[in-house]
Design a protein around this ligand. Sequence first.
Ligand code: IPM
Ligand code: MG
Length: 356
Amino acid sequence: MPHKVAVLPGDGIGPEVIDEAVKVLRASGGAFEFEYALLGGAAYDETGHPLPAATLDLCKASDAILMGAVGGPKWDRIEPVTLRPEIGALLPLRRELNLYANLRPAKTLRALVHASPLKEGRNMMDLVVVRELTGGIYFGQPRHRAADGSSAVDSCVYHRYEVERIAERAFAIAKARGHKLVSVDKANVLETSRLWREVVDEVAAKNPGVSTSHMLVDNCAMQLIRDPGQFDVILTENMFGDILSDEASMITGSLGLLPSASLSDAKGDAVFGLYEPVHGSAPDIAGQGRANPLAAILSAAMMMRYSFGDGETADRVEAAVEAALSEGLRTADIFEKDTRLVSTSEMGDAVVAKMV
Ligand code: IPM
Ligand code: MG
């Protein structure tokens, strides 16, 4: 049976980078059935809604989703806000598909080590942010604005089961990596964080092989700059994970290279998930062949590993990416002296050529 993949290119550079990811998957030797659907601004322009029912239905009928990016200045002012790509497509997609476990690995690559804003020698990092993705302040009710506009409310709500399932996922990941987990919260202020800490401690007690600690989010933001190498798995709630994963990605110096997975519950060996680059839709460079497709390609590798249980293909794709970089090939975002500038599709071709 071929793997059924819903492909949602989205907006801006989304379609260009997704083309390359699909190219690499086709070349990997696996059997796939790709079906495309509209999402984000592109869907809004075509159908009046950024997440059309047909797109959601296709996602539900697929084994995994490969997504580009959504949004852009063209759709930033749509009213009501619930029709904007971020709030109207991304958040409901995560919620409807129960994609509560967001994995954002951030690793400094030898070939790009000097691109990090941190001093060389102090910037080696290999961590994964495990971000809770369907709860917290992003989804809490009530959310409203007073009729006279004088105040506004967003609510942060966490249920015990939500913390438990993301913690269990994070501990499983820690066991497959460096056996070290830092849970990040703001327990000195927030009640949701105190619940978070309590539940994480319970899950930690069942995982004695993982060294576990708690860190306040402000300290974590600082520690990431001071000594990013100290982290293995960072487990955190939705909004803190949003912020810390951007920070971690910057430290690698190569945002265009970072993939992500948003996973639901496991069904046997298979996990339903959505895979997308961490970078956005970069409308300023869209359509010029300048986008870096490596984050999308590495997201496809994560799909092989997590949704299709094919770590071997994932390893091959990841090795091919590193090989293309070691050879000095660079898209514009990571170009520097003594390297060779290539276009989006040339980079995709190079990765395919390096796959053995
Ligand atoms: C991300 C993005 C989204 C988020 C936005 C676009 C809603 O920043 O995936 O990190 O905050 O989750
Ligand atoms: Mg973000």
